[in-house]
Design a protein around this ligand. Sequence first.
Ligand SMILES: Nc1ncnc2c1ncn2[C@@H]1O[C@H](COP(=O)(O)OP(=O)(O)OP(=O)(O)O)[C@@H](O)[C@H]1O
Length: 364
Amino acid sequence: MTTEKPTMIEFRDVQKYYGDYHALRGITATIRAGEFFSLLGPSGCGKTTLLRTIAGFEDISSGAVLIDGKHMDGVPANKRPTNMVFQSYAIFPHLTVAENVGFGLRRDPRPASEKAKAVAEALEMVGLKGYGARAAHALSGGQRQRVALARALILKPKVLLLDEPLSALDKKMREQMQMELIKLQRQVGITFILVTHDQEEALVMSDRIAVMFEGQIAQLADPETLYRRPNSRQVADFIGTMNFLPAKILSENGVVEVEAQGFGRLTLAADQVMGSKTTEGTSIGFRPETATILFDGQVATDRETLATIEEVVYYGDMTYYDVRLDGTEKPMRLSMRNVFGRPVLDIGTRTRVGWSPGALVLFR
Ligand SMILES: Nc1ncnc2c1ncn2[C@@H]1O[C@H](COP(=O)(O)OP(=O)(O)OP(=O)(O)O)[C@@H](O)[C@H]1O
């Protein structure tokens, strides 16, 4: 039985020009109700523009944006069931925390006592219970961001739009807020749409991610699929690290026979063969953690190849090794979790590398 959630946002061939500049080039996608969805891509790819077309801050040149089944053409921002949290937290420093959060309710006809209750609830939701009387200017960056969130949530939007909300925070605070945002989203159950250029943030937080380049969606999938089965070298490079080795297709019928530098002759299943977009020629890709250095006495679970260690980067919990597989022209990065009692190997060490054809992806 499928329990797919209903559609909340639908883009139908959305095009956007700024003068001559083609910022959105035919966006067609759906975002489901209750989903934590991210728009991920490098600077200038159009993700903020796409978010703003949902909010109604940006007109589209052609195509359609639907929210909850309704065409948004001509519907002004303040009549849409959406609310935006910005990267620079637009809070009023001269007001208290409670006044900031209650700001959106100023035209709400409910009695003051009810509004105060709603404010208190919103503050509790974002972990600021009891902060209502504080002066907003005295808050930390993380606390300001929470106030901005509470102010958006109190209006009970169907969709919360988040434009790089955590980018101004330091690493620790950002990771903490990521966890809190995930919890908050599960708790309130509304659709969250996050714009980020940080691939790790998108992987950690999202149910699904649209990876954008140059005004187009290159791939839309759940985090695991994006990571394990990127549909192009461009996506693979943008999300995490991937090693590439030249390869040649020998034959195809159901399965694909390839000859790959370093790996020799391989048989790959159809779902390991990606797209037709690469301009770099056919290549085999693998993630740094999918191959492993075999220490003395360790036996390969699948295949093994001899290699030389060319670079060692020690990270405490991990060591990154750049190894050159015999028969290849450039080193590949491997990441190894450090285990107590096992040495970190030196540059120049000859070693065996264990790998598995199932972890490889072919880009043609
Ligand atoms: N108001 C505007 N007028 C003209 N060009 C614009 C306007 N807004 C955005 N652009 C251009 O459209 C492209 C997409 O911008 P957008 O802000 O959507 O990118 P982005 O992916 O969100 O990047 P960033 O992470 O840097 O914000 C950019 O090249 C940008 O310069």
